[in-house]
Design a protein around this ligand. Structure first.
Ligand SMILES: Nc1ncnc2c1ncn2[C@@H]1O[C@H](COP(=O)(O)OP(=O)(O)O)[C@@H](O)[C@H]1O
Ligand SMILES: [Mg+2]
Length: 269
């Protein structure tokens, strides 16, 4: 067996609660899982708001330090990343996709500038022509093209298109892992499925693994290989996506599922 692509091992993140007793709360509490290295996979992390998903995502991206436990990407222990050079090498391989694409881009900056800059920093594009070619390739991988995006500002695109541009930007570096934190919750419902299905295409055609963070059981069921279900910072259940979601064992997973299926639930969760 080869070493995992990502190994999350007994990870904890505490935050001070304040107050005279100096109490702390565990946003993430003893979470462990792997992402396989021998085949690309989509791993869904499912949980309600406040269950610790974003904190976990930030630790995997290296922007928040774990209070305990370890996170390894390939041979790299994230706690050991110190220099800018190491940090950039890591960022080439692990790229984020955020919830709100309008917050991911400066509204006053043309989108193509972001893509060209990323191509220069992360894809070794040394000329304008090379940067444009790299940007166009990445945009085509998400169903757009440079001609459609060139010269445009973020507000000129719909949320769905802009999230595709954000995904294209993440792909420029040819990463091994994408960490997508509720990537479609700000996108119009009618466009969500297409974006979620794009993840599956990226897995199959580019061989990229994806951590897909969501509170939506239906999309997790349809695109992911495995799921991890979180509650209050901890993992309550994990396993193969379909069998876990079709036959949940833990009372909380059963409750989550019945909440979605309940006719009087106005929206999932
Ligand atoms: N920077 C922070 N400082 C203090 N508490 C935080 C911070 N970030 C997250 N938390 C707390 O950690 C818990 C998990 O939050 P979060 O990771 O954002 O969950 P989710 O993404 O699942 O909604 C929440 O109780 C939240 O208030
Ligand atoms: Mg969150």
């Amino acid at each position: 067996m080869s070493a995992p692509l990502l190994q999350v091992s007994h990870v904890v993140r505490t935050y001070a609660k304040g107050g005279v007793f100096g109490q702390s709360a565990r946003a993430v509490d003893d979470v462990s899982f792997d992402v396989a290295a021998d085949r690309p996979e989509i791993l869904a992390i499912i949980g309600e708001s406040g269950s610790g998903k974003t904190t976990l995502a930030r630790m995997i991206l290296g922007t928040v330090r774990a209070s305990a436990g370890s996170i390894r990407f390939k041979d790299l222990d994230l706690a050991a990343v110190r220099s800018r050079r190491q940090r950039l090498a890591f960022m080439r391989q692990v790229q984020p996709i955020f919830q709100n694409p309008f917050e991911a881009f400066n509204p006053l900056k043309r989108l193509d500038r972001y893509l060209f800059m990323t191509a220069r920093h992360f894809a070794d594009a040394r000329s304008d022509a090379a940067a444009q070619a790299r940007a166009d390739t990445a945009l085509r991988q998400v169903g757009l093209s440079l001609a459609e995006v060139k010269g445009r500002f973020p507000h000129e695109l719909s949320g769905g298109q802009l999230q595709r541009v954000a995904i294209a930007r993440a792909l420029i570096a040819a990463p091994a892992l994408l960490v997508a934190d509720e990537p479609v919750s700000m996108v119009d419902a009618s466009l969500r499925t297409a974006i979620v299905e794009l993840f599956r295409t990226l897995r199959d055609e580019l061989g990229v693994s994806i951590i897909y963070i969501t509170h939506d059981l239906a999309t997790a069921w349809s695109i992911s290989d495995r799921v991890v279900i979180m509650r209050r910072g901890g993992v309550v259940e994990s396993g193969a996506a379909r069998s876990t979601l079709d036959h949940p064992q833990h009372p909380y997973s059963i409750e989550l599922k019945s909440a979605v299926l309940s006719p009087d639930a106005l929206s999932p969760l």
